[in-house]
Design a protein around this ligand. Structure first.
Ligand SMILES: Cc1cc2nc3c(=O)[nH]c(=O)nc-3n(C[C@H](O)[C@H](O)[C@H](O)COP(=O)(O)OP(=O)(O)OC[C@H]3O[C@@H](n4cnc5c(N)ncnc54)[C@H](O)[C@@H]3O)c2cc1C
Length: 253
């Protein structure tokens, strides 16, 4: 789920527009572009060439007034750095460590806060059963139950009430080594729109792992819904397993 996004400080934007002599542009632009994140990206882009209107930069003889045209031109030219100004934060809850390991490979433009399995001793050990192994799902679930039983047995051998927090932490970390990669965990992930476009493209590709494809199918839906101009060039292709691949016209801006 989406839990946060970039928003404008309207007073600051007004002061900036005054500094640039762009008050007329601001009066028109806000009606054409009510979305804060998309507006911020446009604002940052226009600041580069003072392209808030003809005459502010003597070298500029025409400007793209329409925000969709402006943003599409940014994507087409590959000027993706301005997309880094706006970010979105997601809470990915009850995802596996397989998912979080793959997510963490995307380094550029991200921030990650993942639940610690050194500090947090799991009360629930839940594992999602992928539909790919439906034919052996009973055996799969039995294998998980067995691991949980072995874990709880080891856990019960220690007198947790008498331990210091440091001792608990060390023991919790030691014990987690027998837990499966599929254990449900939580991660908060922030990414800017340049990164989001790239990760959606890579992680909804049919060759990506099924769980991350499912999650980024949802991430793509949210981005296309909430930032329609920034993601207008993405097309959706339904995959045989019911997930979707999202393919941008302008890849890796
Ligand atoms: C289908 C699939 C299969 C995969 N299989 C494997 C596998 O078997 N083994 C494995 O180890 N990984 C695997 N990966 C992970 C993959 O190799 C990448 O590490 C991961 O997708 C992150 O993408 P990225 O390299 O584009 O980095 P990101 O961090 O997403 O960065 C985005 C872009 O920024 C630029 N960039 C980022 N950091 C640097 C840097 N330090 N120097 C220069 N440019 C930089 C690059 O252009 C990069 O593409 C797989 C990924 C997918 C999607």
């Amino acid at each position: 789920m989406k839990i946060a996004e970039s928003t404008l400080s309207i007073d600051g934007v007004r002061q900036m527009a005054e500094f640039y002599g762009a008050q007329k542009w601001l009066a028109r632009a806000r009606d054409l572009q009510p979305n804060d994140s998309e507006f911020l990206i446009e604002l940052a882009g226009r600041a580069c060439y003072k392209s808030f209107g003809v005459g502010l930069n003597p070298n500029v003889t025409k400007v793209r007034d329409n925000p969709q045209d402006y943003l599409t031109n940014i994507l087409e030219k590959g000027d993706g750095s301005v997309l880094e100004h706006a970010t979105v934060t997601f809470a990915f809850l009850n995802v596996s460590r397989i998912f979080t390991h793959e997510l963490a490979r995307h380094r550029a433009g991200t921030a990650i806060s993942q639940e610690s399995l050194r500090f947090v001793r799991p009360r629930e050990i839940g594992v999602w059963t992928p539909t790919d192994i439906k034919s052996v799902s009973k055996e799969f679930e039995e294998a998980i139950d067995e691991i949980v039983k072995l874990y709880r047995n080891l856990e019960s051998r220690f007198d947790w009430e008498k331990m210091t927090f440091e001792q608990k932490k060390r023991m919790t970390s030691a014990l987690r080594r027998i837990l499966p990669d599929g254990i449900g965990t939580n991660v908060i992930w922030t990414a800017n729109h340049r990164t989001l476009r790239w990760v959606i493209e890579m992680r909804t590709h049919p060759s990506a792992e099924v769980e991350i494809r499912k999650v980024f199918d949802k991430v793509a839906e949210i981005c296309i819904r909430d930032y329609p101009m920034l993601y207008a060039d993405f097309t959706r292709k339904e995959l045989p397993d019911g997930t979707s691949q999202y393919i941008p016209k302008f890849s890796k801006v």
